[in-house]
Write a protein that binds this ligand. Structure first.
Ligand code: ISL
Ligand code: CA
Length: 590
């Protein structure tokens, strides 16, 4: 079906064909000399546009974040990752940068930035920024120069295809209504490449001047004291720049033609040498299209490239193949979910280091997608997912608002959406006479804007986020789901999150200990142990709304009371544990 063309490819990029891999039990090994602060850290991601507005224009800003640093500190997290805060015309909410050394005017000034960084460091919190270097904004000075003439010194900062050579071979684009990544520009009678919107032209990393500009810019932020970068679509920076015709038959290996080009790892090694190795910082790749086979090339220490990456296997699970983020009835099975996370654990069992996340600014709220946002289960399932994220062997990337149990807003009308992805995809489907109602229904589960609604501070107007009109609607559940209410409730999701963070911090077995999946065929219970030396923990998670009688596997002997439990009770009668709906238990083993 033609109108799903982009969708198909987007789906292929964001989810990776499953690969055969045995998750053999990994022996606990000595990682003593491999301990690193970023492995032990809990990362808290903030979408600045939606965190706290300080001046009533309806848009979150840096001063807003600074004003809430004590809240952030109270969570016990170590690192804050901020989505892009740089100058931008906001075609894609800051993922289109017009000045890499300037602050977006809606977010404040460089002084505001310096104050925020200082405030974080005073509280022992590290700051990670977003590196968006596959593309810039078309309003960046480099692009303005580049498009002005074929002889301009900046011409080769981008990918141009002279029109006299005919139309370039088709390349699709994520955020283009026609799904076309080439835009014709009459000024120089040539096409330029944009994998995302036409407002996001791809930078040409083949050009050493481009690499130097990016590396200098990174050093500029590191010299200011920033502690790391999350790297947007970094596998895309190297591509086959001869732009050959795509083969007629694909088989899901689209990424081969679009990313992971021949120089990718040369560029990352160069970046490590010129920038990362000079500072005590962390780096994490957005691993679009990275597979368990290729992951090590990015993160193994002896490669001298990056520290971590995050994959899409988990968050992409359960969508209809070939459609744009449409949940497949019955497509999600806990057994499959467990396989994905177990497989990714095994990838880094001996070498490298993993990450884990269930939500971010490109994803819906984890509660709605992976838990159960019905009032009866909101609280328990949100805490259960928190337990999962904080007890796996990988650095947790925890998305702001999930600690409150925020859920999808589920807009009924396209007019409520602000995201270029949803708006353009709607238009594309409309142009091709596709099923708009199916799209709107699917977006209630999968749209990115679900994770971008304003943070819920209290029960006052607009959840205390702004005194003006928020840039995107506030989730109506803010009257009960908010910081003020939850801080005062010892049993809230918020206080549970803090406990879970502390448990991880005070038990390094939860960071480094070997992971062993138990009862893998169980369709409701996700249980595993974490073990390092004499230290051993059992985690039991009920991913269903049913009460389950779960038989403790042979040889498992519990020691004492649960260290973490999202229910008041824990029933274990002669090795038969009765696990409540969405119950989560962490307990020490003998
Ligand atoms: O969000 C996605 C699926 O809905 C992805 O396809 C996403 O576009 C892809 O993972 C790249 O994401 C990153 O780069 C984009 C930006 O819009 C995203 O917010 C960012 O995380 C372009 O810079
Ligand atoms: Ca503001």
């Amino acid at each position: 079906m033609k109108h799903y063309f982009i969708a198909t490819i987007a789906a292929a990029i964001c989810s990776v064909v499953s690969h055969q891999h045995s998750f053999a039990q990994t022996s606990s090994m000595n990682k003593e000399n491999n301990r690193q602060w970023w492995k032990e850290a809990v990362v808290y991601q903030i979408y600045p546009r939606s965190f706290k507005d300080s001046n009533g224009d309806g848009i979150g800003d840096l001063k807003g974040i600074t004003s809430r640093l004590d809240y952030i500190k109270s969570l016990g997290i170590d690192v804050v990752w901020l989505n892009p805060i740089f100058s931008s015309p906001n075609a894609d909410n800051g993922y289109d940068i017009s000045d890499y050394r300037g602050i977006m005017k809606e977010f404040g000034t460089m002084e505001d930035f310096d104050e925020l960084l200082k405030g974080m460091h005073q509280r022992g919190i590290k700051m990670v920024l977003d590196l968006v270097a596959n593309h810039s904004s078309d309003e960046h000075d480099w692009f303005k120069q580049s498009r002005s003439s074929r002889n301009n010194p900046y011409r080769d900062y981008y990918h141009w295809w002279p029109a006299e050579k005919g139309k370039p071979a088709h390349r699709w684009s994520f955020f283009d209504v026609n799904g076309d990544a080439w835009k014709y520009d009459s000024v120089t009678n040539a096409y330029y490449l944009h994998y995302f919107s036409y407002k996001q032209p791809d930078l040409n990393w083949e050009n050493p001047n481009v690499r130097k500009e990016i590396f200098d810019m990174m050093n500029f932020w590191f010299d200011k004291g920033v502690d790391g970068f999350r790297m947007d679509v970094i596998p895309f920076i190297s591509k086959d720049t001869s732009f050959p015709e795509l083969p007629k038959e694909y088989h899901g290996d689209y990424v081969t033609y679009y990313a992971n080009g021949p120089h990718l790892h040369d560029y990352l090694k160069e970046m490590n040498k010129e920038v990362l190795s000079k500072h005590n910082v962390m780096s994490v790749a957005e691993g679009a299209g990275v597979t368990i086979e290729t992951a090590h090339n990015f993160v193994d220490e002896d490669r001298h490239e990056l520290n971590m990456l995050y994959h899409f296997d988990g968050v992409g699970y359960g969508y209809v193949p070939g459609k744009f983020k449409v949940p497949e009835p019955g497509g999600y099975k806990l057994v499959g979910f467990k396989e994905i996370y177990s497989k990714w654990d095994s990838v880094f069992a001996k070498k490298g280091w993993g990450t884990i996340y269930l939500g971010n600014h490109d994803q819906p709220r984890m509660l709605t997608r992976w838990g159960n946002d019905a009032p009866a289960y909101r609280d328990a399932s949100s805490k259960m997912l928190t337990t999962f994220l904080l007890t796996m062997r990988a650095t947790p990337y925890y998305y702001f608002g999930d600690e409150l149990g925020m859920s999808n807003i589920k807009f009924d009308k396209i007019e409520d959406y602000k995201d270029i992805e949803s708006i353009n995809m709607y238009q594309q489907i409309k142009n091709h006479g596709g099923d708009l109602q199916e799209f709107i229904e699917a977006q209630k589960i999968s749209a990115r804007d679900n994770g971008r609604t304003p943070f819920q501070w209290d029960a006052s107007a607009n959840a205390g986020f702004t005194t003006g009109t928020p840039w995107i609607k506030v989730n109506p559940n803010y009257t009960t789901v908010n910081v003020a209410a939850e801080e005062n409730n010892p049993n809230s999701c918020l206080n549970y999150f803090k406990k879970a963070v502390q448990l991880r911090k005070s038990n390094k077995v939860l960071v480094y200990g070997a992971y062993t999946l138990l009862d893998k065929a169980n369709e409701k219970i996700y249980a595993y142990t974490r073990e390092e030396g004499a230290d051993k923990m059992l985690v039991i998670l009920n991913f269903s709304k049913d009460k389950v009688n779960w038989k403790l596997p042979k040889g498992i002997l519990l020691k004492g009371k649960p260290l973490l439990n999202n229910y008041a009770s824990f029933m274990n009668i002669n090795g038969l544990v009765s696990v409540e709906p969405y119950q989560a238990i962490v307990i020490r083993l003998k």
